[in-house]
Design a protein around this ligand. Structure first.
Ligand SMILES: Cc1cc2nc3c(=O)[nH]c(=O)nc-3n(C[C@H](O)[C@H](O)[C@H](O)COP(=O)(O)OP(=O)(O)OC[C@H]3O[C@@H](n4cnc5c(N)ncnc54)[C@H](O)[C@@H]3O)c2cc1C
Ligand SMILES: Cc1cc2nc3c(=O)[nH]c(=O)nc-3n(C[C@H](O)[C@H](O)[C@H](O)COP(=O)(O)O)c2cc1C
Length: 589
């Protein structure tokens, strides 16, 4: 039995703080609060900002669960993180703490930046960690890492603050230990699920859906327009996001059925043998089709832990050998051969057919289906009650070299039509990403592809309000006849003086500018005058190639205008970012 199972605290205060925009970290902190009560602690759950400059006085141990957004803190942690600068060495002597970082490796340059910073600053101020910082990767084995770290946390906390108990131990029932997480039980009751509740999504009706791009043109890559009716009482502000819970396509579900020889119409009840962050929120009977369509991620790249499970269940040497090689490869090799290639557990099961993984264990390996985020592209002022989206279809040759890869949510949103109902939720964008209300502040918008979405909303806001303040909209696309999204609407806003459109066309360059950064460089005089007038810059879309290139273009302008060195230009841009005058809302493509 673990220490967690045999020791209990007696009312020790436990402070659980979260830095969370979209609720993941807040949810984990709340779950820890519930567990904490069971373990005999007296937990308090709050945002990090509520404890700004209050750590020294906090009672009992401290646990922090925090995320980063483009390397910056969440909105409920901004003051707290800023105040860490002023923590004097020794000011937190005596404080015991633990940090669980939640991040996503897709943001490689700033992966786990905020939790790492918090951890370092607390240590520097004399606080002592109870255990090593946890790093959960939303694109990796998220549930597994959170479960393991949580178990280690309770072990450490109870070791330190608990007392041995003679009575009934807290923890899993002895007979459940050593067995897998799930067991399937046949039943014929009706079908329902609790996933929507978990993600906070609710039904929204599709009012309009159509293609924005000329897909008959050889350059045409589908981008779909969707207009949704927001449910009663749901509002948004321009540039907010919509989290959309997708469904898996039939063909993908069928692949699972074929591999495991499943009858998709079989109705089952899924019973989790123990609590797990990664467990599917299914407590009602449902068909296997519904389970595989609406509850699990089937295409995520396999993690090394998952491949190790596949290897364990493979006896046949010619197949066990390559799986074991993947499972024991150094992380860089694994990343190259499995992660980057995008090989899913299902892909591997199809490749290594001798693997005898039971279906229940397969389910256990799969993450819970995640909502995807889309920037709302409409103006909250012009169209309250409705939210528009522009969704780019992710479809490309599979990186593994076999077949075509289709993104789950972008494909799902291709299939919906007017009258359909989807599950979604409005989420606020970072406050710093909102345009200044004072329209005399000049603004530069930079985007490519569907990165244009929140800027369409901003331009429509300005058009609706009759504003003529300086608003330059750099927008990268392929060709003027193919994917100049919402062209007529932008032309009307431009004619009214609400915006000055600055498109660039990769396949039809004008004055040598193929990409936004090239046009920004060409128009450096005007761009510089906006910056000198205290202007603000907003960047949205491709975080992999466009955002770094745009940063470089702005630094080049600064160097050119002031004669500054590379280092000075980096510091200048960092200061602009720090003061909220250069704001990115970018995503890994
Ligand atoms: C804040 C925010 C706002 C956003 N706004 C918009 C928006 O307005 N419009 C929009 O279209 N998108 C937007 N996105 C992106 C969107 O959320 C989704 O990421 C995108 O639609 C892809 O989701 P999917 O479910 O189709 O793909 P998924 O099924 O999630 O697949 C993506 C995964 O597949 C991998 N992959 C990609 N290509 C391949 C390949 N060829 N072979 C193998 N693996 C591959 C990727 O590495 C990635 O891990 C936004 C993202 C964020 C974070
Ligand atoms: C717009 C955006 C930017 C992000 N930037 C980072 C980042 O810089 N570093 C990182 O580790 N994770 C980054 N992430 C991943 C988040 O940290 C991750 O999604 C986390 O689960 C969010 O936690 P929350 O739901 O509690 O806000 C980003 C996510 C989004 C949507």
């Amino acid at each position: 039995r673990t220490a967690a199972a045999t020791r209990r605290a007696s009312g020790t205060a436990l402070t659980l703080l979260h830095g969370s925009n979209l609720g993941t970290c807040a949810g984990i902190a709340r779950d820890l609060g519930t567990d904490g009560e069971e373990h005999g602690f007296a937990p308090t759950v709050a945002s990090l900002d509520q404890y700004t400059e209050r750590l020294a006085g906090s009672k009992g141990p401290l646990v922090i669960v925090a995320a980063s957004y483009n390397g910056r803190p969440t909105d409920d942690a901004a003051d707290f993180v800023a105040s860490l600068e002023n923590l004097a060495p020794g000011s937190l002597t005596g404080l015991r703490y633990a940090v669980l970082g939640v991040g996503d490796r897709n943001w490689a340059a700033t992966y786990q930046r905020i939790p790492t910073l918090i951890d370092e600053r607390l240590t520097a101020a004399g606080a002592v960690p109870l255990l090593e910082r946890g790093s959960a990767d939303a694109s990796g084995d998220f549930g597994g890492v959170v479960d393991q770290w949580t178990e280690d946390l309770w072990k450490a906390l109870l070791e330190e603050y608990g007392e041995a108990t003679a009575g009934e131990a807290v923890g899993p029932a002895p007979e459940a230990e050593g067995e897998g997480l799930y067991e399937l039980e046949d039943t014929s009751e009706s079908v329902r699920g609790g996933l929507a509740e978990r993600h906070g999504v609710q039904p929204m009706e599709v009012l309009e859906a159509y293609e924005l791009v000329d897909t008959d043109h050889e350059l045409g890559r589908s981008k779909r327009f969707l207009r949704l009716r927001l449910p009663e009482g749901v509002t948004y502000r321009t540039a907010d996001h919509l989290a959309v819970l997708p469904s898996n396509p039939e063909a993908l579900v069928q692949r699972v059925a074929n591999r495991f020889g499943l009858d998709l119409d079989r109705t089952v009840r899924l019973r989790a043998r123990r609590r797990s962050r990664g467990a599917l929120p299914v407590d009602r009977p449902l068909t296997l089709r519904r389970l595989l369509t609406d509850f699990v991620e089937l295409q995520d790249a396999a993690t090394q832990e998952q491949v190790a499970v596949l290897a364990e269940h493979t006896a046949c040497p010619p197949e066990k050998q390559p799986l074991t090689a993947f499972a024991t490869a150094d992380p860089e090799t694994f990343r190259e051969q499995v992660t980057v290639a995008g090989l899913s557990v299902l892909d591997l099961l199809e490749r290594y057919r001798a693997c005898e993984l039971p279906f229940e264990r397969f389910l256990e390996l799969l993450p819970v289906l995640r909502p995807r985020h889309y920037s709302i592209s409409s103006s909250a002022a012009a169209r309250p009650g409705e939210a528009d989206l522009m969704v780019s279809l992710l479809a490309a040759p599979h990186r593994s070299g076999e077949g075509t890869f289709r993104g789950i949510a972008s494909h799902f949103l291709q299939t919906v039509d007017a009258g359909d109902v989807i599950q979604a939720r409005v989420l606020p964008c970072s406050e710093s990403f909102r345009l200044p209300e004072d329209t005399s502040v000049p603004v530069i918008l930079v985007s490519a592809g569907t990165g244009l979405a929140p800027f369409r909303g901003a331009v429509l806001d300005r058009h609706h309000a009759g504003s003529t303040g300086t608003l330059l909209c750099y927008f990268g696309c392929d060709h003027p006849d193919v994917d100049f999204l919402h062209r007529e609407e932008f032309a009307a806003a431009e004619a009214a003086g609400a915006v000055s459109m600055r498109p660039t066309f990769m396949h039809a360059p004008e004055n040598g500018a193929r990409f936004v950064q090239e046009r920004i460089a060409r128009e450096s005089e005007e761009v510089w005058s906006v910056l000198e007038a205290g202007g603000r810059v907003y960047i949205c879309g491709d975080g992999r190639r466009m955002a770094p290139a745009v940063r470089e273009a702005f630094m080049a302008i600064y160097r050119e205008r002031t004669g500054a060195s590379d280092e000075q230009a980096v510091a200048w841009l960092a200061a602009l970012v720090g003061s909220g005058r250069y704001v990115e809302d970018v995503w890994a493509g």
